[in-house]
Design a protein around this ligand. Structure first.
Ligand code: URA
Length: 285
């Protein structure tokens, strides 16, 4: 890249940082910083996508500067909090920009008590997305989904179907921790739901595996006995988009991993559901 272009890129980046509320920067040694700018200059935001926050990302490079973030700003969700994310695919870039546009969300009171908005993480090209309820304490502290005890069990779910966490995407219905891990309130779910729907429009997975009642009731728009609802295949509502023009995403609900901590006997049911997920992933329809 020509030095003049690099300079313009740097100025653009600084403007964006200021728009995001940064007053001062911790500056790294120059060569490393330049390397990073050059690396990121490969990022093209060609769509001029207008995201929820009203921020238009139409030209510049958005990336984590490596500075320490304040509690309010949150972490760079799709990647490690303190390093520049390596944004390889178009979907990864779109997810990252979307995260940047919502990470300071204040649409509901959960923003007042959270440490981090937990956006989600994993493979932006995943065919399978696991959707939980809301971040817990560990997730809120680290800005990453399912990293506590329930997360360890979720990793086992994933491995049971022959995949790793790098193959799938993981997120929640509600992105901020409800105090004391209480159930999310309907108004919190309603405010947060568009974020999940936008993530799914970017990823376009084949299957959504809803973990527990809240994710399932929210996405299917139905209520009832969860033991009757789980373990079946449902088409995702049409407004959520599909894998392509013809095919809708499929929803398969199963028990939340945290529920297995209290009801180990439900493990066999979860295995049945996961086998269904696997068969569905392997089928062409
Ligand atoms: N439980 C959830 O539903 N989500 C998390 O991220 C962690 C625990």
């Amino acid at each position: 890249m020509a030095p003049e272009d690099l300079r313009k890129l740097g100025i653009e980046w600084l403007k964006n940082e200021r728009l995001l509320g940064v007053e001062s920067l911790e500056v790294e040694e120059e060569p490393e910083m330049l390397k990073r700018v050059q690396h990121d200059s490969g990022v093209q935001h060609d769509s001029g996508v207008q995201y929820d926050s009203g921020v238009q990302y139409d030209s510049g490079v958005q990336y984590d500067s490596g500075r320490k973030r304040s509690k309010e700003e949150g972490l760079a969700a799709p990647s490690s909090p303190t390093t520049t994310p390596l944004l390889h695919s178009k979907k990864e870039k779109e997810l990252f920009l979307y995260y940047e546009s919502i990470k300071n969300c204040q649409k509901c009171p959960l923003s007042e008590t959270r440490n981090h908005l937990v956006f989600g993480e994993g493979n932006s090209d995943a065919e399978l997305v696991f959707i939980g309820e809301a971040p817990g304490r560990n997730e809120d502290l680290e800005g990453r989904p399912f990293i506590g005890e329930a997360g360890k069990l979720l990793t086992k779910f994933v491995e049971f179907i022959g995949l790793t966490r790098d193959d799938i995407y993981i997120t929640n219905i509600v992105k901020c921790r409800p105090p004391g891990n209480r159930d999310p309130l309907p108004e919190e779910i309603n405010k947060c739901r568009p974020y999940l729907e936008e993530q799914l429009k970017i990823i376009k997975p084949k299957i959504l595996c809803c973990l527990g009642r809240w994710a399932t009731y929210t996405l299917l728009g139905i209520k009832g006995s969860f033991s009757q609802i789980r373990g079946k295949i449902y088409p995702a509502p049409t407004h959520m988009g599909g894998i392509n023009e013809e095919q809708s995403m499929k929803i398969i609900p199963t028990y939340h991993p945290a529920a297995l901590l209290y009801h180990p006997g439900w493990k066999e049911k979860v295995k049945e559901d996961l086998i269904l997920v696997k068969e569905c992933l392997q089928s062409r329809t």
